[in-house]
Design a protein. Structure first.
Length: 359
């Protein structure tokens, strides 16, 4: 990176033992670096991040086999993810809240996004709306989302005021676009999740085994879902490997994968079954055969993604999309190009809130 390159500081979700969270954090930074920005994540942890971490750490220490038989594997996963966070995402360490305003002065642009930064399910967090940034700072949101929040309630005026301070606004989904317009009167651009914009092979671990049906799902499976997974694996003549989480339908549970191994597993998969947004996003990007089994709590963002890619048929458990050739996802290249153009122009000072991504 050139010593004269403009600098960007990013506020996003990153301290979570979830592959999608890690991927989007790495990707938004990489997308900016690919655009010749000297970009880094601002390593701030919210109070609720710390509360979650303490609760999860307590759960990991529970070794009673009837209560938590998978604790050792989840501990290994947590340790590997913590190393990735410390070595790759925020090597400069954590910035305390009182220092955020001063820290923002180090950057030419402060970016919020991507992912469910603005979700109000667990409460309001002003830093995710860049409330610490000075009034003269240039601020941009990239692919930020309200998640499953459809009404911000009594905080509408406050959140609307914070959103109104942004110099350029983009969101990841239609629900978030609707909320931003309702709260500010501005029409934000809809852009793709940053994982679509970048080459992830530098952080991938190549899969060296026979292709498998990769199951990536955090929720309990229904009987019809288990039956579908078994039938699809049998039709393909492959094993079922669950990654990141444990499921009884799997021939093998690999809970302790790191991000690179997870990416490599999906790239080499014979088939993917997933209920998680980034499992679907990576499958779409790579042209993988997959079926979506979204948790109702996540249906908002998942259905938005599938609709944009004309992939609602992926929800059909009676019609596995089996085609072992990798193939281009219709419309993906155009949406990637539009998203990159929006990001480049927003960072450079041009507002494009009237130019949503097609699809």
């Amino acid at each position: 990176m050139s010593p004269t390159a403009p600098r960007a500081g990013i506020i996003t979700l990153y301290h979570c033992y979830n592959y999608g969270t890690l991927l989007q954090a790495w990707s938004v930074r990489q997308a900016l670096r690919d655009l010749s920005w000297d970009a880094e994540l601002i390593g701030y942890r919210t109070p609720r991040d710390n509360d979650w971490y303490e609760s999860y750490s307590k759960w990991l220490r529970t070794d009673h086999p009837r209560r938590n038989r998978w604790a050792p594997a989840f501990r290994r996963k947590a340790a590997r993810i913590e190393r990735f966070i410390a070595d790759e995402l925020v090597p400069q360490g954590v910035t305390p809240l009182p220092e955020l305003a001063e820290r923002s002065a180090d950057f030419d642009v402060v970016v919020a996004g991507s992912d469910q930064l603005w979700c109000q399910k667990l409460g309001f967090e002003g830093t995710h709306f860049l409330d610490f940034a000075p009034d003269d700072a240039r601020t941009v949101s990239y692919a930020a989302s309200f998640g499953n929040t459809t009404d911000v309630g009594a905080r509408a005026a406050h959140i609307g005021g914070l959103l109104g301070r942004f110099d350029a606004l983009s969101v990841r989904d239609e629900n978030s676009a609707h909320l931003v317009e309702e709260l500010t009167g501005r029409s934000p651009s809809r852009v793709l999740d940053p994982s679509f914009l970048v080459d992830t092979t530098p952080i991938e671990t190549p899969w060296t085994e026979a292709p498998a049906l990769i199951l990536y799902n955090e929720s309990w499976l229904e009987p019809d879902q288990e039956a579908f997974i078994k039938a699809t694996a049998a039709a393909l003549g492959v094993r079922i490997i669950s990654v990141g989480y444990a499921h009884r339908v799997a021939d093998e549970n690999r809970i302790d994968m790191d991000l690179g191994e997870w990416l490599g597993a999906i790239r080499a998969a014979a088939y993917v079954v997933t209920g998680l947004f980034h499992g679907m996003a990576v499958s779409l990007k790579l042209g993988k055969d997959f079926t979506a089994i979204p948790n109702p709590d996540k249906a908002n963002k998942v259905l938005d993604l599938l609709t944009r890619f004309d992939a609602m048929d992926r929800l059909d458990l009676n019609a596995p999309q089996i085609d072992l050739r990798e193939r281009a996802t219709p419309g993906c290249d155009a949406m990637v190009a539009s998203s990159l153009t929006w990001l480049a122009e927003a960072m450079g000072g041009r507002e494009r809130t009237d130019a949503p991504v097609s699809g």
